[in-house]
Design a protein around this ligand. Structure first.
Ligand code: FES
Length: 219
């Protein structure tokens, strides 16, 4: 169960139990008031004991009932969670240990190709030595990576959605030594930023985190 759904579940149950106990408390008070109105003064003392016992029984029954209803509701609320296999599709784990410097691999995440590139020192240098203000979609390389050597991108051209070339060593990489989209001629640099051609934006960076030095989780 995801953390967000756990919170939702506890909030819903909390609201339910809160309403339940407030309602029970109000109901007991109303019954108590009604009884006070009808009881004779000389019977109050003896009846108070009976009333207190009865209130205790009411409250106990209602509490057990409330817990029972909450338990009954649990599976229905829990069924609102995405299934485990759906959650698994939302993330992809990638072993990075076999990717050498200057190499790229492509994995699938939510139906999209994800480019994972272990950049060379020269590629990192090239990505950082440009005037960011002059870019069509200004973004510093350092804002697009978590570790300089690892560049993680959605391999979807931001023009019309083709998959750019540049993953294979034999591919064209465009004029900026990154990726080249042959559909209409967009050139991306070694940070995946658009440098030339019709694409309006940089290649997107998906959400990801490094679980360890060699394990990446996308999504
Ligand atoms: S889809 Fe990539 S340039 Fe048009």
């Amino acid at each position: 169960m995801s953390l967000a759904y756990s919170y939702l579940l506890f909030i819903v149950l909390g609201i339910f139990l809160f309403c339940y106990f407030v309602g029970t408390w109000v109901w007991i008070k109303v019954v108590e008031k009604e009884k006070k109105t009808h009881l004779q003064d000389d019977k109050i003392s003896s009846n108070n004991n009976i009333k207190n016992r009865r209130d205790f029984l009411y409250l106990s029954s209602l509490t057990i009932g409330g817990v029972g209803v909450a338990t009954f509701m649990w599976p229905f609320i829990k069924s609102m969670n995405p299934a485990e296999d759906t959650l698994a599709l939302g993330t992809t784990e990638v072993d990075l240990s076999n990717i050498g410097e200057g190499q790229s691999i492509t994995v699938k995440w939510r139906g999209k190709p994800i480019f994972i590139r272990k950049r060379t020192p020269q590629e990192i240098k090239d990505a950082n030595k440009i005037d960011i203000a002059a870019l069509r979609d200004p973004e510093a390389d350092t804002d697009r990576v978590k570790k300089p050597e690892w560049l993680i991108l959605e391999g979807v051209c931001t023009h019309l959605g083709c998959v750019p070339l540049g993953q294979k060593t034999t591919d064209l990489k465009g004029e900026y030594n990154g990726w080249f989209c042959p559909c209409h001629g967009s050139h991306y640099d070694s940070s995946g930023r658009i440098r030339k051609g019709p694409a309006p934006e940089n290649l997107a960076v998906p959400p990801y985190e490094f679980i360890s030095d060699t394990l990446l989780k996308i999504g």
